[in-house]
Design a protein around this ligand. Structure first.
Ligand code: HEC
Ligand code: HEC
Ligand code: HEC
Ligand code: HEC
Ligand code: HEC
Length: 396
């Protein structure tokens, strides 16, 4: 009897204000292929397409770890919390203590939360109807309201886009500035800041961003080029020429993007090599997100043989409320943080090795530092791969 009462309560409370169902005709990117196949293909390669629990090992293991270490919250509640930005078309946007009570008793199998997490509507992560169904972005809300909590949706079947004069037989269209002249506003819906379970703000990209004339899309979707938005031909058999961008959202997971991302200058001091990293990008690198890392390695040689390697790791370290090393999402505080600020530079000293006549300096980037990779037991080689930013040879 008590359980029935609990279940009713859960049913009533779970539907937070702003979830709007997406009709079957628009739910997944496959429905857009007939007329936008080139865009669907680019997006499929992007990490926006991999942002679901099942498709990103690092994301999945972080969620599992948070749920394991936090016995006040069930796995489903953590998933729903993270979905705000990673899976924002989810139909349940928050859970409450009544839900935790039935989840603890494993009686939540038929709950709205479990159903929402199983829905194939969210399996694509950040797909077309995340960005193109946004009606308004509410920048007057507190800074901490992000993702699904910061937007209101269009009625299903209307696509927001950059053009005021577009016509489509498949869906309605509406022009929005955040798709055209002010695209940073769209990116900052999610790429702004994030806060740990302990209330610690461990990343703050929007605050660190400096306007340098370029928008996020200029670099991460590439410049506008002539092409077609839709391959559908009109009554005269013509395709409509448009200025378009790539939907690859290429970033930190793509090695090629790192080449030259920072400028590197090396000077020989009396007892050190002084390596200056200058960041020409308008945001910090690493972005400040969690456990990203820049590595500086100096390989000293003598007579053509490597005699010693010195390495320096530039990353952030976090402590849990028990004072133990932890992942960003469980951090109570950041104990050290090394990033190169937007348009700024920093110099790091590496010990000079006596007897060497030359050195190779390699500056590279890793998605996850050693500490967090071990805590989460990440297996895929992508997390430890060194992506080269710059390699220099020096005579000593
Ligand atoms: C405020 C929006 C927001 C919320 C809420 C959020 N994330 Fe994220 N998350 C992001 C963004 C944006 C990125 C990409 C950042 C980057 O690459 O620098 C990201 C990236 C990540 C990554 C790195 C993925 C990779 O492939 O490298 C992990 C892991 C992650 N988030 C875990 C979580 C977990 C776990 C939660 C819930 C406890 C969560 N996030 C909640 C916005 C959010
Ligand atoms: C992360 C947000 C985001 C996602 C996800 C996304 N788009 Fe876009 N899309 C944009 C932005 C921003 C523009 C405007 C680009 C510009 O400045 O011209 C755009 C533009 C477009 C255009 C106009 C032509 C062009 O390329 O500029 C079409 C059509 C389009 N998107 C379709 C899609 C489809 C189909 C998908 C899913 C496969 C998708 N988009 C996923 C953000 C997104
Ligand atoms: C039957 C063909 C067809 C299908 C299917 C289709 N579209 Fe379109 N779409 C079009 C045409 C035609 C245009 C207008 C192109 C132009 O004016 O250059 C368009 C324009 C757009 C635009 C730009 C709107 C603007 O005002 O800037 C977006 C965004 C978009 N579609 C998203 C989608 C998404 C997302 C899907 C899948 C859910 C989809 N479309 C399915 C034909 C289609
Ligand atoms: C609905 C939330 C959301 C919006 C809106 C959004 N992103 Fe993202 N973005 C994410 C998340 C979450 C990730 C991390 C996904 C993962 O690694 O699993 C991400 C990852 C990325 C990455 C990293 C890709 C990589 O390979 O490391 C880039 C670059 C990016 N987004 C650019 C953009 C740009 C540009 C815009 C605006 C046009 C935008 N995003 C809008 C949530 C969002
Ligand atoms: C002038 C070009 C430029 C602009 C503008 C720009 N970025 Fe970047 N961004 C880069 C480069 C270069 C990197 C490093 C290589 C890579 O990850 O692509 C990077 C890295 C990233 C990463 C991954 C960083 C990490 O350590 O996880 C994310 C996420 C990202 N940018 C999002 C954004 C967003 C959101 C905006 C707008 C607020 C933006 N960028 C504006 C050039 C730019």
């Amino acid at each position: 009897m008590r359980f029935v009462w609990l279940l009713t309560l859960v049913g009533l409370n779970l539907y937070a204000a702003n979830a709007v169902q997406v009709g079957d005709k628009f739910k997944d990117s496959g429905k857009c292929k007939a007329c936008h196949s080139h865009i669907v293909k680019q997006w499929e390669e992007s990490w926006h397409a991999k942002s679901h629990y099942e498709n990103d090992e690092y994301f999945q293991k972080t969620i599992d770890y948070v749920a394991r270490k936090n016995n006040r919250k069930s796995l489903n509640s953590v998933k729903i919390e993270c979905a705000a930005c990673h899976n924002p078309r989810i139909s349940v946007t928050s859970t409450n203590s009544e839900y935790e009570a039935i989840a603890a008793l494993k009686l939540d199998k038929d709950s709205a939360a479990t159903q929402a997490l199983k829905s194939d509507g969210i399996s694509e992560g950040i797909n077309c109807v995340v960005c193109h169904n946004i009606d308004q972005i509410h920048d007057t809300l507190p800074d901490s309201k992000r993702g699904i909590h910061r937007v209101s949706w269009m009625k299903s079947g209307i696509m927001s886009g950059p053009y005021a004069d577009a016509k489509s037989p498949y869906h309605k269209v509406e022009q929005r500035d955040f798709m055209d002249t002010n695209p940073n506003q769209l990116c900052f819906v999610c790429h702004a800041n994030d806060t740990s379970e302990e209330g610690h703000r461990f990343t703050n990209m929007q605050a660190e961003f400096k306007t340098g004339g370029k928008q996020c899309v200029d670099c991460h979707m590439g410049p506008r080029k002539e092409g077609v938005a839709a391959t559908l031909r009109d009554a005269k058999g013509q395709q409509h020429k448009r200025l378009i961008r790539s939907h690859g959202f290429i970033g930190a997971h793509t090695e090629g993007m790192w080449q030259g991302a920072l400028n590197v200058d090396v000077r020989k001091g009396t007892r050190t090599l002084d390596v200056t990293l200058t960041n020409p990008q308008p945001h910090a690198l690493p972005s400040g997100f969690g456990s990203r890392e820049i590595l500086i390695e100096a390989q000293y040689v003598s007579g053509g043989k490597v005699i010693k390697t010195e390495a320096l790791s530039l990353t952030s370290k976090f402590l849990s409320k028990r004072g133990k090393p932890t992942i960003p999402h469980l951090a109570e505080k950041t104990v050290s943080s090394v990033a190169i600020p937007a348009f700024g530079s920093k110099t790091f000293a590496i010990p000079l090795v006596a007897g060497s006549d030359g050195a190779t300096i390699v500056v590279s980037y890793r998605l996850v530092n050693d500490e967090v990779r071990e805590l989460l037991d990440l297996k895929d080689p992508i997390w430890s791969k060194k992506m080269v930013i710059k390699k220099l040879n020096l005579k000593l």
